[in-house]
Design a protein around this ligand. Structure first.
Ligand SMILES: Cc1ncc(COP(=O)(O)O)c(C=O)c1O
Length: 492
């Protein structure tokens, strides 16, 4: 195939050149009816490019195959057998992958550091999760991807599970030993799904952590907007081998998807793939160089420490994407929540993942010396200002044995069954009927179907006091928790 082509993007250009016009949604008619005040902010071009996919960009039968050609080009570019584009983020793609490999029933081995979209997939599907424990670093209070040995042990305990699902890279940039995990799954003829939402750039550079398709994974899911150059919501499944039926995967995505996919998202993915094939290596080289320099420079700022060696070792992560610069603030005596708010307020800088003691800057191929200097200036100012910030309330992180709650009910049953809201002080021992997810990074601490313990409540309540955001519980302050309704005699 000719990787210099970009079929969706070219079709969009042609659509505009030919002045096609549709008596069909979108009703804004390429921006004609839109309030000029809206156009001033969003730009005329974005509306011009917002056309319906069939009977718009392509004809009613999609007979030009613009989208399928773009997907084939993508698959070829990254060494997958097939690629499918989706427009509801990896949040949709990961659910479709879960449904496709399990056929919507039975057990799935899932790393417990999975993103909340995976947990939502459990609620939707009724699947039984068999949780794979990540490796817990007691000093850093940080979860690393699970080891191959732990995955092997889980297969021994649950040989009938349909597949395994692992997150790599994590939102912290830490990576699992995918090759070893693939081997363990394939020895049993079972597929491995890799949630590689943070890994869009990996196939285009040899010095980044292993790309899931190269490691032999069966499906991997990528968010183009995270580390690639696409619009928010752009996501891709990559698929290879014969353990997963591509038609089923596509149909599972179809039942979850919109029928009004945003062509802008497809076009941006298409153009990004071409750019990566043509220039990706050089662009990523520069980004890696920038990240290395930033790591060195940030380390010299008083009170800041860039995590690197501590993250990659036996008992921790197998590899690290150095574009994720994770900065420990412990010596400054402020929390990641405070630092994030301070940088936004005072320097107009927004940070990525933040927690009780860290902030993260994710470097992309779009960054350059100018943006790196802005980051450094902001961090220097933060370091100077930290002494005057109030001391943050302590966040009570549970010890490992209390961190992973026991799943005693199917997430779906707990979520959809009878529920009640109880004061947090009375929730220990009850079964959660909702998720409670510190966001970012988006890994739920409480999941529907898990028996709540006091340590989890103390962690979340103290976290909220310190600035943690919980987007999903009915009461985001967590003064009350939604639990499964039980008759008094059923309670433990
Ligand atoms: C590991 C992981 N998986 C999946 C997702 C969902 O991706 P999206 O935002 O593209 O829906 C995220 C989002 O942060 C994530 O961090």
């Amino acid at each position: 195939m000719d990787q210099n082509e970009a079929p969706v993007l070219d079709a969009l250009a042609e659509h505009q050149q030919l002045k096609r016009y549709g008596f069909t949604p979108p009703a804004h008619r390429q921006g004609r009816g839109v309030d000029p005040r809206v156009l001033e902010v969003l730009g005329e071009q974005s509306f011009k490019s917002d056309v319906v996919a069939a009977s718009g960009l392509d004809d009613r039968k999609s007979s030009n195959g613009y989208l399928s050609s773009a997907e084939s080009l993508m698959a070829e570019a990254v060494g997958a057998d097939k690629a499918f584009f989706t427009t509801c983020g990896s949040s949709l793609s990961v659910k479709a992958a879960m449904l496709a490999v399990t056929r919507g029933e039975g057990e799935l081995l899932i790393s417990r550091d999975a993103h909340k979209s995976v947990s939502s997939g459990l609620v939707l599907s009724g699947l039984q999760p068999r949780w794979i424990r990540p490796q817990w670093d007691e000093d850093l209070k940080l979860a690393h991807p699970p080891s191959p040995q732990t995955v092997e042990e889980m297969w021994q305990r649950y040989p009938d599970a349909s597949a395994a699902l692992i997150v790599s890279p994590t939102p912290y940039g830490t990576c699992a030993d995918l090759e070893a995990i693939v081997e363990i799954c394939h020895k049993r003829g079972k597929p491995l799904i890799v949630d590689e939402a943070w890994g869009a750039q990996l196939p285009f550079h040899p010095d980044t952590p292993t790309w899931a398709m190269d490691a032999g994974a069966d499906i991997c899911v990528v968010s183009v907007h995270k580390m690639g150059l696409g619009f928010e919501q752009g996501s891709i499944f990559h698929l290879q081998g014969n353990l997963v039926d591509p038609v089923r995967l596509n149909q599972c995505a179809d039942i979850l998807s919109t029928t009004s996919a945003n062509v802008l998202i497809y076009a941006a993915i298409d153009g990004w793939r071409r750019q990566m094939v043509q220039e990706g290596k050089a662009m990523i080289d520069k980004a890696l160089e920038l990240a290395r320099g930033l790591r060195r420079d940030i380390e010299t700022i008083p009170g800041l420490h860039v995590l690197e060696d501590e993250l990659v070792r036996a008992e921790a992560s197998h590899d690290l994407d150095i574009l994720h610069i994770l900065i420990d603030l412990s010596q400054l005596g402020i929390s990641g929540y405070q630092a994030t708010d301070w940088l936004r307020e005072n320097c107009r800088l927004d940070m990525g993942t933040n927690d009780h003691r860290r902030i993260e800057a994710v470097i992309s191929v779009s960054d350059d010396k100018g943006t790196a200097d802005r980051l450094l200036d902001g961090l220097r100012d933060l370091s100077a200002a930290a002494a005057d910030l109030p001391r943050p309330p302590a966040v009570v992180i549970p010890p490992e044995e209390d961190l992973y709650l026991e799943t005693v009910m199917l997430p779906r049953e707990a979520f959809f069954g009878p529920v009640e809201n109880v004061p947090a002080a009375e929730a220990a021992g009850r079964i959660a009927a909702e998720m409670a997810t510190p966001y970012p990074p988006g890994v739920p601490l409480l999941l529907p179907g898990e028996r709540i313990n006091q340590a989890a409540i103390d962690y979340l309540r103290s976290g909220v006091e310190a600035g943690m955001v919980l987007p999903d519980p009915a009461d985001p302050t967590l003064q009350t928790i939604r639990v499964v309704r039980e008759e008094p005699h059923q309670r433990r």
